[in-house]
Design a protein around this ligand. Structure first.
Ligand code: PHE
Length: 453
């Protein structure tokens, strides 16, 4: 009867969730963090965090969302009314706005680079490209304008009640993105100097594995990349029907997200090391914007590849931005009864205001780096605060809530509905109740101690 409809809804969720997960976190964030974290050591820690901490929590968050069918604050309330658990949901809502406030700025850069790549404006020698990036990101008004464009599009998409639009966009974009990444990786690993880059990316320096700063960064990056620990997956899970197996859907999302991040590393490090004197930790958030234009310059038809790449990256960033804004918007609608229009407009403008310092900070970083207590620029402050702390704390609260308040047997009832596939369910219960909360607390406590010590 409704064959096509059924098919659409079955893959619709995986597409929407993958659209949220795959974004700047994979292609901009992951290589940048690998560069700061000393290469393969970071990769190893990242994979461990994904498998043992984030994957189980993703399943928990999706189950909670599907069970309660509401926004994060409402979800905690629905399971445990008359308690303070709703505050966990409130952290989620705040994290959505906070993360989007720097995410939109970086998405603005990728938007501009469509044009720069097409026209070759960024230059062709490594020095030119680096200088171009610095100059471009120092221009406050331009960055503010680009951020505004990204926020306007994100808000516009959400106004239109867009789930089907996002699904369609993701379905088209994801295969093209993967195809293009594969071509670029094939080119990158055959460049002179690529072997050195591959060794950096794949051969761990074990002294870095025990560096608590690196562990914390890997944990934050894993949460961030999976859109986890702040309610996006909870809200998307609330759109799931009981016919879809959660564990299977989660596995597909984790697999796709991790594969795309790893692939990005296979592009950035070999091509980076083909540039004489390259230092992966030196360029910070500019890493991909400095390395990629060089790579495009070595390809026949490079400006075309470059433009196509940044178009796809901007689209991937938009599907993630939409999912970030969806959390506060869903909250205003579900908890405060606002009309969707009002919720979207207020949240879009609010996020834009919070994003302004991030957009301007690159130009005026002297103001922000000089802030006495913080001692880091505004964007770094945002990333540390939200990715490295708020998301793992959100994941911790989700694990504790599902493990001890909602309880594993109730959660399993939801997860196994309609005979869903879920091997390793016992192990999952153990990870959620013990391993995940414990690991997160240990990592965060050590990180705080090392920061103040
Ligand atoms: N996962 C997205 C990315 O990798 C970012 C994101 C984080 C989206 C948290 C939603 C929630 O780009």
């Amino acid at each position: 009867m409704t064959d096509r409809g059924t098919w659409g809804s079955r893959f619709g969720f995986v597409l929407a969730a993958a659209g949220s997960a795959v974004g700047l976190g994979n292609i901009w964030g992951f290589p940048t963090q690998v560069g700061q974290g000393g290469g393969a050591a970071f990769v190893l820690l990242y994979l461990a965090c994904i498998v043992f901490i984030c994957f189980p929590i993703l399943i928990a968050e999706l189950a909670l969302g599907r069970r309660t069918q509401t926004d994060p604050v409402g979800a905690f309330r629905a399971v445990q009314p008359n308690s303070r658990w709703w505050m966990a949901g409130a952290i989620f809502v705040a994290a959505g706005v906070g993360i989007l406030s720097f995410y939109a700025v970086i998405a603005g850069w990728t938007l501009a680079y469509i044009w720069f790549a097409a026209t070759g404006a960024a230059g062709s020698s490594a020095e030119e490209i680096g200088a171009f990036f610095t100059e471009f990101t120092s221009s406050g008004p331009v960055n503010l304008f680009l951020t505004f464009v990204i926020m306007a599009v994100t808000g516009g998409v959400l106004l239109g009640g867009v789930r089907s639009g996002i699904e369609r966009m993701t379905k088209l974009m994801m295969p093209m993105l993967i195809g293009l990444l594969l071509i670029l990786a094939a080119r990158a690993v055959t460049l002179p100097g690529a072997a050195e880059g591959l060794a950096y990316y794949l051969r761990p320096d074990f002294s870095r594995v025990f560096d608590i700063g690196t562990v914390n960064a890997a944990l934050g990056q894993a949460f961030f990349s999976l859109s986890l620990g702040m309610g996006t997956m909870l809200v998307y899970g609330s759109y799931l029907t009981r016919r879809e197996g959660i564990a299977k859907a989660a596995l597909m999302v984790v697999g796709l997200d991790t594969a795309i991040a790893l692939l990005a590393g296979f592009i950035i490090f070999p091509s980076g090391f083909s540039i004489p004197g390259f230092d992966p930790s030196a360029s910070g958030p500019g890493l991909i914007f400095v390395v990629l234009p060089r790579l495009f310059a070595t390809l026949p038809g490079g400006s075309l590849f470059g433009a196509a790449f940044f178009i796809l990256l901007t689209m991937a960033a938009l599907t993630s931005a939409v999912s970030l804004l969806e959390v506060p918007v869903a909250h205003c609608i579900d908890a405060h009864g606002w009309p969707r229009r009002k919720a979207v407009i207020v949240m879009t403008l609010g996020t834009f205001c919070l994003a302004a310092p991030s957009a301007l900070a690159n130009g005026a970083s002297r103001f922000f780096s000089a802030l006495p207590v913080v001692g880091m620029d505004f964007q770094t402050l945002m990333i540390t605060m939200w990715n490295n702390f708020a998301l793992p704390i959100g994941g911790f609260l989700t694990a504790v809530f599902v493990g001890y308040v909602w309880r594993i047997d109730k959660a399993l009832e939801e997860l196994l509905a309609e005979q869903a596939w879920f091997p390793g369910r016992q192990l999952w219960g153990v990870l959620i109740r013990y391993a995940c909360p414990f690991a997160i607390v240990v990592i965060l406590v050590y990180t705080v101690l090392s920061m103040i010590g």
